[in-house]
Write a protein that binds this ligand. Structure first.
Ligand code: AMP
Length: 626
């Protein structure tokens, strides 16, 4: 199948598209190859464009829900929801019920004036309402822009302004272990404080009352305690999700907006090597086909299996492999709101036993964390007998963690799929297919169907002409892809020029992944990490420039330089050199400690807890001391 997919890509993807999805208008044929794929990957020949099934009409929500209900599978479980709290906080939702909720929310959005192509932002914890909101947008042709709930108010604001999302769906709080995350408060701060004077106005904030918060007056500071959480309320702007959904005029049927293959589906921000995050735009048909095909083969999903991806929906893994891939394939999944160590480090493994999970997908950072805590938390109180496939994503997995995952979590009998991919790729790029590919611990192995990788020399200069540069056989260099796959992001929202320069401006005809790799003499690919100014902290991408500009926004900081350092658990730690302004006194250890602490808090506030620096190194100005 791989050979066919690269020798005859049009035939391969034609067959996949033709056999597996519902098209309102199927306007693609092999006689007209451009109706399947029309593209230019070579900047020297004109603007970059990638269009899959551009003349055909479909809807991804219809393919994820209605199709299964119409085929008689409405009573199948779509999600087992497991709450943060072990005390009976769980529920089940079938495909039929999920469709009903999505239709209602689609109607709610339409009633609020949302139309095809409008952007709707979400800043939510891992609750069913987030999945409902995402699918409702897709149903009515609106573009969803999910912002990870761990980002700060400031980071949220910059994403709201960039995407012009006039409606935000949020929650009073998120709950992680014994901590509340004040999401609504961050939305208030983003809109009132950071969006002011930018010309951007938010029209509605839809609030899921997850913790049953009480509203308190504006002059009272809201309590964030789990037993009595409180929020502020803006009468003209804020509205409760339940009030909208319980409105009797809201119908349970919602007409599908049939969209073209290349109509926008969602945007998702990721860090790049400049301070400004990039809103990558994914479109409908190619993404639909790619996420579901990768899901089907890489996780070897079979009817009645139970699948669980532990990623947050705020990242691409959550979009592709919590929501779209599994639902399009009619899968039954687990979604978990909490954290792996609460109330004990056995929580994940107990959930696996509880739902008899067959496929489990997580990140190396989590594997390393739980490995360090000790095997007894795995072995006591869970068997994990149901597991068949264990997936890894987010960063290179070191062989030690790979083997622990295999031997301890998988009882030595599960296939490990180390999936390399990115926000930009929509779905897996380099990955084993279980049962077909012999794995080597630490290698992501081979390309998925349709993916044509190339290793380019690290000495490459910008605007290099072409294929003569490709390295052969056993080699090490930059990982590039030389032919479009259906899941590739089509542009950076509002900045196609940046998209072209970042991904295609280095070697003509090649998409640059930004990652280094080694190919061994058996052809296996080993990812070696980012080659640009990007850190990978616990599987989360952070630009050094983004951190540096947050540092210099602090009143004590004159200059900053951020570099990665090896970190046992997180992959990359964050090491920061900071030059202070002349007036700042750090002559005593106590003052240094206090400032270091204050700067760490500052970065958490500016970007989010994921960006908390590990080391702050007070450096001196070159001209003064050298
Ligand atoms: P993001 O777009 O935020 O999901 O980050 C994508 C980046 O994470 C990639 O460019 C890689 O640097 C890294 N990455 C993701 N999965 C893997 C993997 N299986 N092996 C190595 N690196 C990975």
């Amino acid at each position: 199948m791989y050979r066919e997919s690269v020798e005859k890509p049009y035939d391969f993807w034609y067959k996949v598209a033709n056999e597996n999805y519902h098209w309102k208008e199927k306007n693609f044929s092999l006689e007209e190859p451009k109706s399947i794929l029309d593209y230019n990957f070579d900047l020297s020949k004109g603007p970059i464009h990638i269009e899959w099934f551009k003349n055909s009409l479909t809807n991804i929500c219809y393919n994820a829900l209605d199709r299964h209900v119409e085929n008689g599978n409405g009573d199948r479980v779509a999600f087992y929801y497991e709450g943060n709290d072990i005390n009976d906080n769980h529920s089940t939702i079938t495909y039929k019920e999920l469709l009903k909720q999505v239709c209602k929310f689609g109607n709610v959005l339409r009633k609020l004036g949302v139309k095809k192509g409008d952007r709707v932002a979400m800043y939510m914890p891992m609750v069913m309402e987030l999945i409902i909101a995402v699918l409702a947008c897709a149903r009515i042709g609106a573009i969803h822009s999910v912002v990870f709930g761990g980002f700060s108010a400031e980071a949220l604001a910059s994403r709201l302004i960039d995407s012009h999302s006039k409606i935000i769906v949020t929650s009073d709080y998120g709950i992680r272990g014994d901590k509340l995350i004040a999401l609504k408060q961050a939305v208030d701060e983003a809109i009132d404080h950071h969006c002011q004077d930018t010309g951007f106005t938010c029209e509605k904030v839809i609030v899921v009352n997850r913790m049953n918060s009480k509203i308190v007056s504006m002059d009272t500071k809201p309590s964030h305690s789990i037993s009595s959480p409180q929020i502020h309320w803006y009468e003209k702007r804020d509205v409760f999700y339940n009030d909208l959904m319980n409105d009797e005029t809201i119908s349970e049927e919602c007409q599908v907006e049939w969209v073209k293959g290349e109509d926008g589906l969602f945007m998702l921000y990721t860090s790049g090597s400049t301070g400004k995050p990039k809103g990558l735009l994914h479109t409908t048909a190619g993404y639909m086909i790619y996420t579901s095909t990768t899901f089907k083969y890489v996780f070897d999903y079979h009817e009645n299996d139970v699948y669980w991806c532990g990623a947050d929906i705020g990242w691409i893994t959550g979009h592709s492999y919590v929501i779209y891939g599994p639902l399009i394939c009619g899968a039954t999944s687990v979604i978990f709101e909490g954290i792996p160590t609460y109330p004990t480090p056995s929580r994940y493994w107990q959930i696996i036993d509880k739902y008899k999970v067959n496929q489990f997908y997580t990140a190396p950072t989590l594997i390393r964390t739980l490995m360090k805590i000790g095997d007894e938390h795995v072995k006591n109180g869970s068997t994990r007998d149901s597991l068949r496939i264990l997936g890894s994503v987010g960063e290179p997995i070191n062989p030690e963690a790979w083997l622990w995952y295999h031997n301890v979590i998988g009882n030595g009998k599960c296939a490990i799929v180390d999936t390399f991919w990115q926000t930009e790729s929509g779905g897996h790029l380099i990955t084993p297919i279980p049962g077909c590919i012999t794995t080597k611990p630490g290698s992501a192995t081979f390309p998925f169907f349709g993916v044509q990788p190339a290793v380019l020399p690290p000495t490459i200069e910008p605007q290099t002409p072409a294929a003569s540069e490709e390295l052969e056989g056993d080699c090490e260099g930059y990982l590039a892809i030389k032919f479009p796959w259906p899941g590739i992001a089509r542009t950076i929202f509002g900045d196609h020029d940046r998209y072209e320069k970042t991904y295609f401006g280095i070697v003509n005809g090649y998409y640059m992944t930004g990652d280094g790799c080694r190919r061994d003499s058996d052809g296996y690919i080993w990812l070696t990490g980012r080659v640009d100014d990007v850190l990978n902290v616990s599987g989360h991408r952070l630009g050094t420039a983004e951190l540096e500009s947050a540092f210099v926004a602090h009143s004590s900081v004159a200059e900053a330089a951020v570099v990665p350092c090896p970190h046992d658990i997180k992959g990359h730690g964050i090491y920061c050199y900071v030059v202070l302004k002349d007036h700042v006194d750090i002559s005593e250890q106590k003052k240094r400690d206090e400032l270091s602490h204050a700067l760490k808090q500052w970065i958490r506030h500016e970007i989010g807890p994921v960006a908390t620096p590990d080391f702050i190194h007070f450096a001196f100005k070159f001209e003064k001391d050298c």
